[in-house]
Ligand binder design. Structure first.
Ligand SMILES: *Cc1c(COP(=O)(O)O)cnc(C)c1O
Length: 302
């Protein structure tokens, strides 16, 4: 099994704090620790059925780890090319899945260039966020919520390159919920969707910064920008510190460790950034993330 049905649990702490019903979709519990196991697992499965002989990725983060895990499950070799800046721990986690890890260049641009140059006609490059197959793989997340009897009045989720947003909107649409508000959360240093919404056009940031490296796409995918113009999507931008604080509180409250990329979303609830109604069922996507340890998190807590 590539991805699992995740628990949907009510957070009493966050429900009471926000005076509404807060439901946590626990994507942190996927085998590779994030929702990417759904998106990348699904895309890899489809490419495998089409004859892919190898998967190539240039992500040292949760995407690379999801490709490595999926390749091992399907018996397909995986090569992940990462820049020198990729944490040793992340490289180890990917290698542990049996993937070949190649370290190349000072930044992702060089690593990605090498990854592209390695591709033969039998290989498939797995993009971390910009592929409709990835978004299709996320739709079952919303199916599960509906099947559990929860009909959300709002969704809160994190945005990096926009695959999670794309998949969640597709899932909501499938269930006739395309009208509900979605709170799309980024950190100050990674707010590429926010910049595009403010500019009213699909823009690229000059640079990205901060600790939520998993959200650090200079530009969201075209689909995510288009959705922001067509659906009720509200941008929320939070500080790195707020994201870290939320990770720590969440670990205490729910005994699950998540990356600041996910803490960003949780901070919107912990810091009561949105005024909900008492009867609102608020779906929070606990997107997860493998790139964190308790020690790192405590070290970030300034
Ligand atoms: C990839 C990822 C995100 C951002 O998802 P996008 O689809 O790139 O917007 C957020 N949180 C975690 C844990 C991730 O792995």
């Amino acid at each position: 099994m590539l991805s699992i049905k995740t628990p949907l649990i009510q957070s009493l702490v966050l429900s009471q704090l926000n005076q509404c019903q807060v439901w946590l979709k626990m994507e942190a519990l996927q085998a590779s620790a994030s929702f990417k196991q759904r998106s990348i697992g699904y895309a890899c499965q489809k490419y495998f059925e089409q004859g892919a002989q190898r998967f190539v990725s240039s992500s040292g983060g949760n995407a690379g780890l999801a490709v490595a895990y999926t390749g091992r499950q399907l018996g397909v070799p995986v090569t992940v090319v990462v820049p020198e800046t990729t944490a040793q721990r992340a490289q180890e986690l990917i290698a542990q899945q049996g993937a070949e890890v190649i370290v190349q260049g000072a930044s992702w641009v060089e690593a990605n260039a090498l990854a592209q140059s390695l591709l033969t006609p039998d290989d498939v490059f797995i993009h971390p966020f910009d592929d409709p197959l990835l978004w299709d793989g996320i739709i079952p997340m919303i199916d599960e919520v509906i099947a559990a009897g929860v009909v959300p009045d709002a969704v809160v989720l994190s945005v990096g390159g926009g695959s999670l947003l794309s998949g969640v909107v597709a899932g909501l649409n499938k269930h006739g919920l395309g009208h509900i508000p979605i709170y799309a959360v980024e950190t100050h240093g990674t707010a590429s969707l926010n910049a595009s919404i403010i500019a009213g056009q699909h823009v690229e940031l000059d640079r990205v910064s901060g600790i939520a490296t998993t959200l650090a796409a200079k530009k969201v995918c075209q689909n995510a920008f288009d959705l922001s113009q067509q659906f009720d999507i509200h941008s929320q931008v939070v500080s790195d510190q707020a994201a870290v604080n939320a990770c720590l509180k969440f670990a205490d409250d729910h005994r699950i460790l998540v990356e600041p990329a996910c803490g960003a979303t949780l901070s919107v609830l912990y810091d009561q950034k949105i005024q909900f109604k008492l009867t609102d069922q608020v779906l929070v996507i606990v997107c997860g993330g493998a790139g964190i340890s308790l020690k790192t998190l405590q070290g970030l807590n300034g």
